[in-house]
Design a protein around this ligand. Structure first.
Ligand code: ZN
Length: 411
């Protein structure tokens, strides 16, 4: 029996649409362009209130050669990932306020923080995530995906031809994903119909050219469900935060079966042990910028917005703030508020403000001398769980070079 009614689901999505329509035009699709919209919504069960706390748009990511060891460039600008990073900022601000004694969404539990009873999160996205969840039975179009960003613009025509579902084969009886199996693994047979794809695979994000090392949104979201949406750093401060309700858009392919496979068990026989079992819903509302016959090109920009005292919305192109000049591209101020660099800075500011936490995490070390990748590895409970989940369900994952060893001067 679903916990959310159809009218409640639509009300949640209306709130997401209204927030999106009130954002400035910059970064939104222009004529003939489409994008993906994803949001996190706080749901307070004690009074039934809902509030959108973060929003992301976009369908692009950068290739492996563009990754920056300084943590100032976003590798992945898909809407789901931007919305999650916006949520992280919202969580950090709530944690800072909790430590200052204010009433927030968190309460203290022993050494950790945990969500107050009755506080839950809802995730909305205008279409199914790229990768395994987008492979589902049906005739018709290809999956609605974006490209890996290239430095030079491709000719418009070539792009249109590739992105226009009408010009593609219509005989297939599954929706396909542009996301690719990892290079060292068994590859899709690419035979006709149901035999085009292998099911349950970890995949890298769709696109041509310089191959990305970012895994598909289906893979990242499966990780949220198994390990919590907070990631390893925040897990050093608070208990895992699991998303209970997932809502997906109308007017695009939808399959609960493919969501179950992609986000929960990946065809594995192992028993799934989850603290919170997710529920999947489809709204009746169609996002205005969803891909269709008229909207054939993915928008170049990605927008992030979060409920915050200090940030408003930002627009990203190529993983950097839109409008940054070449001269200033390496300055921390050119980095998006949701970059690894800026999120680690928020983390360190919180640790610095809490003596007990600082002692626990840094011991004798000066906090400024602990690199980002070393701090993340201190999250033992997160990585132990990750190893278990990886062995049971995913079997494999992308290996990124361990390059993010940057430090931050928090003064
Ligand atoms: Zn994606």
């Amino acid at each position: 029996m679903p916990n959310l009614s159809g009218s409640f689901v639509d009300k949640v999505v209306e709130n997401c649409f209204s927030l999106y329509s009130n954002l400035p035009k910059t970064g939104k699709p222009i004529e003939k362009e489409w994008t993906v919209l994803s949001c996190f919504i706080k749901y307070d069960r004690s009074d039934g209130s809902i509030e959108v706390v973060s929003l992301g748009t976009g369908s692009k990511c950068i290739g492996a050669t563009k990754m920056s060891p300084k943590g100032d460039v976003l590798n992945d600008s898909h809407a789901e990932v931007f919305a999650r990073r916006g949520l992280l900022i919202y969580l950090y601000e709530n944690i800072a306020k909790t430590f200052q004694g204010e009433s927030t969404i968190f309460v203290r539990e022993n050494e950790n923080l945990k969500l107050k009873d009755g506080i839950e999160f809802i995730f909305y996205s205008s279409q199914l995530p790229c990768g395994d969840a987008s492979i589902n039975p049906k005739c018709g179009e290809e999956e609605l995906y974006g490209d890996i960003l290239k430095p030079q613009k491709r000719p418009l025509e070539a792009e249109e031809e590739e992105m226009n579902p009408k010009k593609q084969k219509l005989e297939a009886d599954i929706h396909r994903t542009g996301a690719k199996c990892l290079p060292h693994c068994e590859q899709d047979p690419k035979e006709t119909g149901m035999n085009y794809h292998l099911l349950g695979q970890v995949r890298t994000k769709p696109g041509r050219g310089d191959r990305t090392l970012s895994v598909s949104c289906s893979d990242k979201m499966a990780k949220w469900i198994h390990l919590g949406v907070q990631g390893s750093l925040l897990n050093l401060i608070c208990n895992p935060i699991y998303i209970k309700y997932f809502i997906f858009g109308a007017g695009v392919p939808y399959s609960e079966e493919s969501l179950q496979r992609a986000l929960l068990n990946r065809n594995s026989d192992c028993e799934i042990k989850l603290e919170i079992m997710p529920e999947f819903y489809q709204t009746s509302l169609v996002f205005s910028n969803v891909r269709n016959e008229d909207k054939v090109r993915p928008a170049a920009g990605s927008i992030v917005w979060m409920k915050s005292d200090t940030h408003t919305s930002e627009v990203a192109v190529q993983g950097k703030k839109l409008g940054v000049t070449k001269k200033k591209i390496h300055l921390p101020s050119s980095s998006l508020c949701i970059s690894k660099y800026n999120i680690y800075r928020k983390f360190l500011n919180i640790v610095n403000s809490n003596v007990e936490l600082k002692q626990k995490l840094c011991e004798e070390h000066d906090i400024e001398s602990v690199p980002y990748n070393v701090m993340k590895m201190k999250s033992k409970r997160y990585f132990d769980k990750w190893l278990e989940v990886k062995t049971k369900f995913f079997k494999t994952w992308t290996v990124k070079p361990d390059m993010w060893d940057f430090c931050i001067n928090t003064l």
